[in-house]
Design a protein around this ligand. Structure first.
Ligand SMILES: NC(=O)c1ccc[n+]([C@@H]2O[C@H](COP(=O)([O-])OP(=O)(O)OC[C@H]3O[C@@H](n4cnc5c(N)ncnc54)[C@H](O)[C@@H]3O)[C@@H](O)[C@H]2O)c1
Length: 399
């Protein structure tokens, strides 16, 4: 491996480089390869269209995709110097420090292991893997090789969640009784705009809304309240087929739904603190907050980008008891510290790569750890077990 942190010698460090790493200013860029050039790689809120904002920290060296034609087209569009038809070729040839893994969910574990075994740092889309055995192996390999893993989703980097976490930890809403977490959308290919690639895999075994969407809510609520202890769930298939809507290349395609597309579950955090979460492809629209946390002294709401224009006008709302003598009420948004998140708005999904660069180059703490992702995965697996076996499932992992 070429380690980005050791890429310059002491002479360069003396010439004004980073004293901790010995890297000179001119060499302090993380060289990346992007694996998978589909939806999340190329949509406007995806990775490639937003990497140019962090060109001072990250150098995009290569892209790779099993569909070489697509990779070539994408490489041309984003001026990427190198383009490969497989991960193996990219790992063998490209001079990179890290791989950003944007493959479909069933491919995450195998490709993540290959990337780490080749000595490259890893950014990986969610979930980290689909079995705990694979997640353990990924974590162990990274640890043994001293590599960093950044796992989507990026929500705990967002200012609204950082602020919500701070407020809850400070006791602002008192003891948390329960939370309601919304973590669904209407399903890939369900929008009138259509879908650029074939969305079938999202509905089939090895994927489904739990891995694709429920994972957000799990990361959010465990990011706010800490690891959960037990899971209880109902899951099922709403309708046996879905038809891709809109005008895109797959419009009208009928998809067999073989993964549960309707998952509702509860988490027990201990001490009579609970959360209820939906992870479905059945929320066509909603006006409810993304996360509502009900405490004994107040209520905290976190809103998502889909309803930032809620009546409070901010990404957080707070209700408190005793805001004045004899008075409970909503704290007006004007009295809040501004939590508008320019970094999130600017970088979109490239925020994952930005975080990797900050961890590697500036020694920032990793907020999106593989251990958190493994705990989230254990919850997702427990959801399926709980539903199939009709029982509460105890959790063993933590982060
Ligand atoms: N599409 C979205 O809006 C979105 C949003 C957030 C996160 N994600 C996550 O991003 C990941 C990818 O989703 P997507 O929608 O971009 O999928 P996609 O099907 O649009 O694209 C995946 C790409 O990866 C390529 N690929 C598949 N297996 C590969 C392999 N072994 N090696 C190299 N390339 C391979 C495919 O050819 C395809 O081009 C998933 O984990 C998904 O959960 C997607």
């Amino acid at each position: 491996m070429t380690d980005v942190l050791d890429s310059a010698g002491p002479a360069e460090a003396e010439a004004g480089g980073d004293p901790r790493t010995g890297a000179s200013r001119s060499t302090r860029r993380v060289r990346i390869g992007v694996l998978g050039t589909g939806g999340i790689a190329t949509i406007p809120e995806g990775v490639l269209p937003n990497l140019h904002h962090i060109a001072d920290k990250v150098e995009l060296v290569a892209v790779a995709d099993l569909d070489l034609e697509r990779a070539t087209r994408v490489a041309r569009q984003y001026d990427v110097p190198e383009c490969y038809g497989s991960l193996e070729e990219m790992l063998e040839t490209a001079d990179i420090d890290a791989v950003v893994n944007l493959t479909p969910i069933p491919a995450h574990a195998r490709t993540a292991m290959q990337i780490l075994q080749a000595g490259k740092h890893l950014v990986v889309e969610k979930p980290i893997a689909t079995t705990l055995k694979d997640a353990d192996a990924i974590i162990e390999t990274a640890r043994a090789k001293g590599l960093t893993i950044i796992c989507a989703p990026p929500d705990m980097l967002f200012r609204s969640y950082i602020e919500a976490r701070r407020l809850i930890a400070a006791g602002t809403i008192g003891k948390v009784a329960f939370a309601r977490v919304r973590s669904s959308h209407g399903g890939p290919g369900g929008d009138p705009q259509g879908w650029p690639l074939d969305p079938s895999w999202f509905y089939q075994a090895g994927s489904g809304p739990l891995f694709d969407m429920g994972v957000y809510g799990i990361h959010e609520i465990t990011g706010l309240l800490g690891p959960a202890k037990r899971v209880s769930a109902f899951t099922g298939i709403t309708e046996p087929t879905r038809t891709v809507r809109g005008e895109g290349p797959f419009a009208g395609k009928v998809i067999d739904v073989t993964a549960d597309d309707n998952c509702l579950f509860m988490l027990d955090f201990g001490g009579a603190t609970f959360a209820v979460i939906d992870g479905t492809f059945n929320v066509l629209a909603t006006r409810s907050p993304k996360v509502e946390v009900f405490g004994r002294r107040g209520v905290l709401n976190v809103y998502g980008p889909d309803n930032l224009d809620h009546p409070g006008g901010d990404a957080l709302d707070l209700f408190r008891t005793d805001i004045a003598p004899g008075l409970d009420g909503w704290v007006s948004p004007e009295s809040w510290p501004q939590i508008e998140d320019e970094r999130r708005a600017l970088l979109e999904r490239a925020i994952l790569v930005d975080h990797l660069a900050d961890v590697l180059l500036h020694g920032e703490a990793n907020v999106l750890t593989a251990e958190h992702a493994r705990h989230a995965l254990e919850i997702m697996i427990a959801v399926t077990t709980s539903s199939r076996e009709g029982r509460v499932v105890e959790l063993a992992t933590t982060f």
